[in-house]
Design a protein. Structure first.
Length: 265
């Protein structure tokens, strides 16, 4: 499945950037957004659940929906694709993983250099000052989300909703890395949501090799140098095995040391 030229390029890469989307967590049982029928947006209206206006209209509905998703994420486990990406991080000198996913599964798989472009469903913040809140009391009124212990405003998930800006530092770091990388892997994203979907274009314009990992064609396919038309839980471990034959991979969750024979990270 893995062209020799691609395996050689990864093994020799100095700076690698990976952009991931919901498809990378699909094999962990987390639904994607736009896959027909199974995707969240095929079953729920994003305008009713994932915008500031929706939260203003019905904060309880939005809070409960994210609480349900958070429970599913906490019950899920990283899959072989997540683990293989953590292995790549340990084997290339320069690495950044920019994810659109809010599930925290990359970190649980051992990835360290991770930028969360769309925030995290595992964090909660005050809807007035935006500060993350670690502990909160259960809501007083049953038809309300919990309130900020500091100011009393409603709490909300620390994710980026439609019509909202991405965290400035996160997108700036991802854009800089995209413009400086020599290889970018784009896995499990429909590449339809900007500004994250612009990152592969920045990398390509700067001369990087572009690799798409996705069982389906996307808006990005025409731009890719290599396409692995396969699920990421299959394709990325195969890519690691081809790039570094004979070396065990998948140090598994928590193994954060480099395994290029050099000192610890
Ligand atoms: N492995 C790799 N890719 C997969 C897999 C898999 N096992 N299963 C599905 N895919 C692909 C689909 O073919 C699709 O192209 O993953 C992609 C998922 O696309 P979306 O559902 O659009 O998710 P994503 O690109 O992450 O969405 C971007 O949109 O809704 C917002 O904020 C949300 O971060 C999200 C953003």
């Amino acid at each position: 499945m893995i062209p020799a030229a691609l395996a050689a390029a990864l093994a020799g890469a100095r700076r690698v950037v990976v952009l991931t989307g919901a498809g990378v967590s699909a094999e962990s049982g987390i639904p994607t957004f736009r896959d027909a029928l199974t995707g969240l947006w095929a079953r729920f209206d994003p305008l009713e659940l994932a915008t500031p206006a929706a939260f203003a209209r019905n904060p309880k509905l939005v809070w409960d929906w994210y609480a349900e998703r958070r429970a599913a994420v906490l019950a899920a486990m990283p899959n072989a694709g997540h683990v293989a990406l953590a292995t790549i991080e340990r084997r290339v000198p320069g690495f950044l993983l920019a994810t659109q996913n809010v599930d925290g599964l990359h970190a649980r798989a051992g990835s360290r250099a991770v930028v969360e472009l769309h925030g995290s469903i595992l964090r909660v913040r005050c809807s007035r000052d935006g500060e993350v809140v670690a502990r909160w009391d259960d809501p007083i009124a049953a038809d309300e989300p919990p309130r900020c212990p500091r100011c009393g405003a409603f709490l909300r998930p620390d994710v980026v909703w439609f019509d909202e800006m991405l965290p400035a530092e996160a997108i700036a770091r991802a854009e800089d890395a995209a413009r400086a990388c020599d290889l970018m892997i784009v896995a499990g994203t429909s590449a339809e949501v900007y500004p994250a979907a612009a990152l592969p274009h920045h990398a390509k314009a700067a001369g990087a090799m572009l690799v798409e990992v996705n069982p389906h064609a996307t808006a990005l396919t025409p731009l890719a140098d290599f396409v692995l038309r396969e699920r990421s839980g299959v394709a990325i471990p195969a890519l690691v095995a081809a790039a570094w034959p004979g070396r065990p991979h998948g140090g598994g969750a928590g193994s954060s040391g480099r395994d290029d024979g050099g000192g610890a990270k």
